[in-house]
Ligand binder design. Sequence first.
Ligand code: F6P
Length: 528
Amino acid sequence: MSASTSDWRSFRLDQSSAEADLQQLGKAKAALDVRVALSQDSARLETLSWALPGLYVDASKQRWDSEVVNALLQLAKEAGVPQAIADQFGGAPINHTEGRAVMHMALRGQASDAYEVDGQDVMPGVLDVRGRMLDFVDRVHDAHAHGRVTDVVNIGIGGSDLGPAMACKALRKFRSGPRTHFVSNVDGAHIEAVLAGLNPATTYVVVVSKTFTTQETMANAAIAKAWLEAGGATLSEQLVAVSTNLVATQAFGVLPAQTFGFENWVGGRYSMWGPVGLCIAVAVGRSNFELFLEGAREVDTHVRHTALKDNVPVMLALLGHWNQNVMGWRSHAVIPYAEDLSRLPAYLQQADMESNGKSVGRTGEKISWNSGAVVWGEPGTNSQHAFFQLLHQGTEIHPVDFVAFKAPTSGHDHMHELLLSNAIAQSEALLTGKTPAADEPHRLFEGNRPSTFMLFDALTPKALGQLIAMHEHRIFVQGVLWGIASYDQWGVELGKALANALIPEIRGEVAEGAHDPSTSKLVSLVRR
Ligand code: F6P
């Protein structure tokens, strides 16, 4: 599919007649009682749920209906969602503030996908690096089998940490290689705690950084390299780098043969499908990593070729818009009923909030509607004993995504029955609520609280690939509806610059600079 320019780039929600209709509809639907709707409308469940291979998504407990869906589909058309999707897959430079195409889908692609950036098929390059990376993984597995490698430490932050860390934990049952560890924080306590238990003679260190300039990562990488050296490690084998900046990786002392590159058309938080996912491949092995990519690729095919109304990421994006901007529910809780998936909320916080936490539109004007939701969550059932009180009885509504798996995630089948009962019961309780006796008003559960239930067959590499790719596309489509640039992250720059400027002040190397009184006081309290 070729790239083209179209209206979606200049779409503004406040000039959309479909959005005006939706706002009108919202007034009527605010009072929609989903309990009544589900009992009276026999088609509701069918209309508001979808199936993909190995996955059932039920959004029938959300406060919407087919009338709302039709209005949302109208909005998607007005916003140019189909063209935006085509342009992304066509390699158009849709990341306009950085002048880049967005082509992370190629990292999970096959030769036949022939994805193009700047008129060049990128698949040969992608497959070459993937081949080198998976050969490396085979060698590490062989060395592991012979006791020469016991541990691999991933040093990176943000997109160079959260996805791989989440996936390595999620795929615990598929582990076959050495243990994987993750160091991200610039707090020295993080690397100290991780390295304390490891032997430098049998540990590989993988420094993952798109830019290879990130303060946290470079500080941790220097410590890890020195630790390897002091421990008599063979750096030419045990030090590995993943980056787009091959000059910097070499300057850091990583051999080209130990370096895996990728291109600027891969955003950091969308990068775990390629070399940034090296530790995932190390943890689960070649074939499981390929299944992980395959699951995501299936979703790419789905999003690209499925009509809007049956397109799951598009429908979830529209639902998110409805909840955010029409119902006015500003947060989005994600509750994985799987301990292995405990890092999913943290991963999604970056994927979603770094992408869609924007208040200036693509046209350069401030937007007057809500963009990225506050994403949060913890695994069930722990979360039930923490913040579910507020979800059930708090003053505000927070839509919930339940993520659960039919197959047990452990060898303890009877516990999986408990886990699933809890997940389903919570979605039921949020919906049905409970009317208490007159003298017990504190026992009131209003109910009619919205949730979506994602039920996968099993927590497999393929299912994980599907889940993450679904969110990636959902996030992009929401950015299109909201007219924002989902693929840049300028909002993280100011803090980085100020922190760098403060370092010499805090070290006492220069005089204290001019700050506001509050900041000045803090600097003076910690200054050496
Ligand atoms: O926090 C901002 C950010 O730029 C993220 O977008 C990125 O994933 C992370 O820092 C790490 O960047 P790098 O991979 O270049 O070290």
